[in-house]
Design a protein around this ligand. Sequence first.
Ligand code: NAD
Ligand code: UDP
Length: 321
Amino acid sequence: MTPPRYRERKSILVTGGSGFLGSHLCDRLLADGHDVLCLDNFFTGARRNIDHLIGHPRFELMRHDVTFPLYVEVDAIYNLACPASPIHYQRDPVQTTKTSVHGAINMLGLAKRLKCRIFQASTSEVYGDPSIHPQTEDYWGNVNPIGPRSCYDEGKRCAETLFFDYWRQHRLEIKVARIFNTYGPRMHPADGRVVSNFIVQALKGEPVTLYGDGSQTRSFCYVDDMIDGFVRLMDSPADLTGPVNLGNPAEYTVRQLAELVVELTGTKSKLTLAALPQDDPRQRQPDIGLARERLAWAPKVELKEGLQSTITYFDRLLAAA
Ligand code: NAD
Ligand code: UDP
């Protein structure tokens, strides 16, 4: 890709930049010719995700916790900092809410001072266990405010509230993406999310754990498609604040996913049933009509293809361990 002209080259802050999605976003922004300030407290992020960027002349890494104020000079902010997998965000639930809420306040305050655009990595979890299907952006959700998932779900909902209040009150340019389940290389092998769990279990020849009976559904988006959606939303006209659903509408039961992983890895692992976690949503599928219309965006990578490259990644990672 040819580097953009000087006027178009921006200095961009990515919070949570050493995580799964954040590291891919850093790669993309550098490839587009921007300067990237990657900020992370390494709660769930990994050095190996960004090791290849250390020494890059337009990349800078900063260890910082977004729950504390930040004073830097940038032209745009992508706010991704927050653990995303249930076992990680439930490990220290108070810190999870602080990261979402105090983190949003600090990053919005920074954006206000700098008068710059700010992107928020929100989530399909704002819909909770949805009673409409597929989920559209105007659905207000069905979220338990006091359950084990609430630190994340309500934290992200409050962050959305803050984004829209800064937009109404301070005319800040905001971009809120509601991200549905995303997978790909650089997911943490032990983060407990379904795609990484199934692949790691299959590659190790261990039982593949279906929670409940595996009939609950999810829609899985490959990381490259998701990052392209982020960039399109950030670069969209100012009137598009979001929330915008980003995800792959192809819906699978968790059992179908397990069977596909078993087939693609060629493992001898058997499927096994385990307890369904409390408040586990029954179904989830994005309506991406808004993203199609306003961003000309739709996912391109099919599940089989995306799983194959994710399996290759984990295979190498496990072999190196
Ligand atoms: P991840 O856990 O791999 O990345 C999160 C990053 O944020 C990590 O590097 C972590 O160390 C960092 N972080 C956490 N708390 C922090 C703090 N207080 N200060 C600074 N850094 C902190 O998760 P991910 O899958 O890359 O998710 C990135 C963002 O996208 C999150 O905000 C998540 O809620 C959102 N999201 C992801 C998905 C998905 O399927 N991957 C779905 C919906 C929303
Ligand atoms: N899941 C499962 N086995 C696992 C991990 C997860 O059956 O080893 C299920 C989980 O109960 C949920 C779905 O897979 O119904 C997606 O879980 P994940 O933690 O990846 O994301 P989320 O529930 O936040 O969508």
